[in-house]
Design a protein around this ligand. Sequence first.
Ligand code: ZN
Ligand code: ZN
Length: 358
Amino acid sequence: MIRLQNFQQKMASLADAALISSAQNQFYLSEFHYDDGYLLIFVDAAYLLADFRYIEAAKKGAATGFTVLRPEKSMNGTVCELLKKHGAKDLLIEEDHITVGARERLETALSGVELVSGASKILTELRLCKDAREIAAIAAAQELTDAAFSHILNYLKRGVREIDVALELELFMRRNGAEGIAFDTIAVSGAQSALPHGVPRDRELENGFLTMDFGARFGGYCSDMTRTVVIGRADDEMKHLYQTVLKAQEAALAAARGGISCRALDRVARDIIENAGYRGCFGHSLGHGVGIDIHESPRLSPSAKQDATLCAGHVVTVEPGIYIEGKYGCRIEDMIAVNKDGSIRNFTKSTKELLEIV
Ligand code: ZN
Ligand code: ZN
């Protein structure tokens, strides 16, 4: 209810009504997960429009404040009737989600109602700061992810394929309560580990680094972690590279606090990597927000807005990496939240010691 009220407060100055069409924002506002239909929100009323498949569950599951309706004819026809009933002249839409086709169909169905961009912007800002229930869901998702890492350490041995490692991680998380995986699991070894988002192959683990990047979905929220281990023995160069990534990650975790600029935090890790001789080898940003989506605001990046800072309730990853083209790569990723007092909570408990699987 509080999420709905916050949204109504912000939309009031922009339009008479708002149409929420993305599954993620529908879930955020109504706490009911479905992927077909609309939320139609007025300053003093809110409707959840769902078809036959969802209607019974929606009546039980939707947050208070929503009237659940099953459109008798078309979704757009019902939206049109409700806009008329409430005397709405303009409609806020999700500019980052609605397709050109859907917008055109709405314009035809709702002639006379002006469509206004802005709902995505409001919801991105609202979703930045997680409440206690969201933090609890993220913590539970990460707990499953940490448990999967412990499990995989016992599973790893010579002869297993990258795809086996990825599937084993996923199965473990599902069997232990995850609703699903948060994103496609990465488990890449040998030269493939030089690709930050490499795809697991139908091929036995190669000697060298094995990077595993994976996460669970729990209570509608994602987790995200990366650990890199060594298949075989690490040589001095690999040890140096690993320790550099770890040093960069630990420095960024130590510097993270409420009020620090997102750009400055990225710089903390990037400076360590560049000064160790790996300039140009850390080609992605330090981290990203995590929530209902695996990639959310804020971004910890050299191109983050000058005035963007970490604030209480933000949940972000801290994931520096070094990638040597054609040779290997290594990344270490934890997920943290900023507490009310500005201190940091690290959700990720798994060891970061350099582990050799021999
Ligand atoms: Zn990740
Ligand atoms: Zn990540």
